[in-house]
Write a protein that binds this ligand. Sequence first.
Ligand code: ARG
Length: 463
Amino acid sequence: MSQKKIASARITETSSKLLQELNNSLPFDKLLYREDIEGSRAHAYMLAEQGIISKEDYAQIEKGLVEIYEEIESGEFLLDGDDEDIHMAIEGRLTQKIGDAGKRLHTARSRNDQVALDFRLYVQKNTKKIANLLLQNIETLLRVASENSETLLPGMTHLQHAQPINFAYHLMAYASMFKRDYERFMSSYERNNYSPIGCAALAGTPHPINRKTTAERLGFKAPTLNCLDTVSDRDFALEILFNISTMMMHISRLSEELILWSASEFRFVQLSDKHATGSSIMPQKKNPDIPELLRGKTGRVNGNLVALLTVMKGLPLAYNKDMQEDKEGVFDSVKTALLSLEVLNEMIDEMSVNVEEMNRACMIGHLSATDLADYLVKEAGIPFRDAYHITGNVVNMAEEKGLDISELSFDDLKSIDERITKGVVELLDNRASMNARQSEGGTSSIRTQEQIVLLNSWLKSQR
Ligand code: ARG
């Protein structure tokens, strides 16, 4: 079988099979064929407009590229040859189709700015896709939250029952994280919305190109400032990797809670059968594989981030072939992020909330103990540290009686300290405790509903 030479005028010998295996990126960068064709069409348009190539050559290039796009989409052109990369494969096919005009496409361009362009277009496109899916997840969380602002839930610290909160409040914590994730993706989008094409190999080009034309045609705000930077840096790719890692860390924490909440010990939620699987040996089992996978996939996206940071850290300017290692991790993280967000949205949308069980769990752990201490400080003028100890005695009494402190009678309470007055009995009720937390951003039903309204109007402003 004839082996292709690596793209070069200087290399006369056919390259070794092993070199090709190490060097060729076509097996993975073929994913960039849309961006490559889009970029080449804009570049050719600009070359013709600037009089660098003839209108006739441009017409042929444009027609050829559109045909190649269709050939790839239909599976007629498989991109499985021994071309070095997607750029060489498409240029090669173009030249095969239209001859000399095809050979003019690479005027005033290098694969260094070409790959920087293709990859950036890919990252920008997928940044928007991920951001939109985040909005969808926020919308779903808001829907479930708006149905649950009265649903009591034990709020925890150290995974120990702490204070009563409501379920909507808990979900709104995640909605807030996803809002920041969304903003992080969008600010990366804005920061990186500059066109790399026309930077050529590293120093620009003597041809009278117009980078504003290509930037505009490709939907960028403007051309990048400095060509040496443009062909050398991959911080735009690192940004999407970091943004995905942070988002997946949030998804992973929510997944962990869904796993716990669907265990027999909690039974706070039930995942729909669609999102649970059985065991091959234990017929009674329903396993939360989906949230487990979302939690598990966080590992690989973190790996992709660290891998690219490591690839980039020692590279002198400008392009180095090490940088070909930038793509696979990003493709993998993007695919993981898109799928994870779609699955998460469906899972939250279809899970059922077990209000009774959440309520029952609030009767464990004396959740309103802090309210008693606060009450003793506020109403009886007792110093906090003393109030804290009195409350401790009340808790001990409840434990001895096998009750929650909210179930103790006024007489019980009074026997611990004379200064306790009747009003405290209502205060120790878990719902009253939750609703007492009316400070801004707090868990009371009213404050939670306020958060839902605010986030809802923010959501509308983004669409
Ligand atoms: N396949 C290469 C990459 O992904 C394209 C750029 C190659 N440039 C070069 N000068 N060899 O990075």
